[in-house]
Design a protein around this ligand. Structure first.
Ligand code: AMP
Length: 362
């Protein structure tokens, strides 16, 4: 599949959350049909896709049927169990973009950090922990303060615990049920930034400007685009993201979350091989959004121009914050995005709002 799939073809999306919804909206605008696959009924993605399959990611037969019904497949969620998917993707001869290998790396903190360090990219100091004995070794190597994180299935601060003294780590490891973990040195960062990078089938790389992220209760609250950074630091952040995309042989979109120290030193925290919450501003402030890039890459189209026409601030609407929708909708400068979730549970990402401003700088 080296030529672009023609409009009318079907883009499959594994996962049925808001990222799938916004990817489907972008693909639909380009004239493609969309088909999402995931476990939830009446999901954000199901509401906007042409077709929806409710299914379990471990159900190989259901996955195979889904792949057969799609011309290209991407994913919006990195915690998909890979065993069944890997077998189905292999038989589909390249329909899945990004690849299942990238998914495997990015869903496991140990694989991810090993990969980053192997290509010369700095992370927080870390040590893998698979047993109570190894925890002792890790504590000696990494020290405190540190953070114990489960290697898999962690997001929005879930599966992680701050470690101020060795007993905290012992308790956290027991609370996580002895699951494989990493002990990570606590980074005294000045700011958290991220870069969304896209790469197409021909190997062309396009990056969005680095953005600045503020978290509340471990969940992204606000993104400011562009990040307020010295030009040399911004350039380095872009170079790191581009290098990761090339080394992974990415076809798709990938977000690189980074810690920035006072001295301008960058350490990569996490990778997400999909559109990212810190890239939502690109819908309203860039020529081509991150979602359109994800769709384009998966469909074999060339990437669009990621240049921003405006500066932007994006605020997530978490839980009850979405109840302010009418007020936000009456602000003519606010672009309101709601994800169609019925119940505004605490901590749940219900939508976001983007304000755009005249562009300053490059
Ligand atoms: P993560 O799930 O790894 O993205 O972590 C969620 C958030 O916890 C990050 O965005 C940081 O605010 C904080 N955090 C994670 N790891 C570290 C670390 N090694 N040092 C300091 N803060 C961290």
């Amino acid at each position: 599949m080296s030529r672009p799939l023609p409009p009318g073809s079907t883009l499959g999306i594994l996962g049925n959350g808001q990222l799938g919804r916004m990817t489907a909206q972008a693909a639909s605008r380009l004239g493609y049909r969309t088909h999402c696959f995931g476990p939830e009924k009446n999901s954000p993605a199901e509401q906007v896709c042409t077709v929806s399959t409710i299914g379990d990611y471990r159900d190989e037969a259901a996955l195979a049927k889904f792949f057969a019904a799609c011309d290209a497949v991407t994913y919006e969620f990195e915690n998909i169990p890979v065993a069944a998917l890997a077998r189905v993707a292999k038989k589909s001869k390249g329909k899945l973009r990004p690849s299942v290998e990238i998914l495997s790396i990015c869903q496991d903190r140990i694989a991810e950090k090993s990969f980053l360090n192997s290509i010369g990219i700095a992370t927080a100091p870390w040590h893998a922990v698979e047993s109570a004995d190894e925890l002792v070794v890790a504590l000696a190597a990494v020290g405190t303060p540190s953070i114990l994180k489960t290697a898999r299935m962690g997001y929005d601060g879930k599966g992680q615990r701050k470690v101020l003294k060795p007993e905290d780590a012992t308790k956290a490891f027991a609370d996580f049920g002895g699951a494989e973990c990493v002990l990570e040195g606590f980074v005294k960062f000045e700011r958290e930034i991220s870069v969304v990078v896209a790469r197409d089938l021909s190997g062309k790389v396009r990056t969005y400007v680095p953005v600045e992220n503020e978290h509340k209760h471990h969940i992204l609250d606000v993104t400011i685009a562009p990040a307020r950074l010295p030009a040399a630091v911004a350039k380095q952040a872009l170079a790191i993201a581009a290098k990761i995309a090339r080394k992974l042989d990415l076809v798709g979109v990938l977000a690189v979350e980074m810690f920035l120290s006072k001295g301008g030193e960058i350490r990569v925290n996490e990778l997400a091989p999909r559109p990212h919450n810190s890239g939502h501003w690109t819908i309203d402030a860039c020529v081509t959004s991150q979602f359109e890039q994800a769709a384009r890459a998966a469909l074999g189209l060339p990437l669009g121009d990621p240049v921003r026409h405006s500066d932007a601030k994006m605020k997530n609407l978490i839980g009850a914050e979405a109840n302010e929708w009418a007020k936000i909708a009456s602000d003519p400068k606010a672009k309101l995005h709601l994800y169609g979730k019925a119940e505004a549970r605490p901590g749940r990402k219900m939508g976001h709002v983007t304000w755009i401003y005249p562009k300053k700088g490059k």
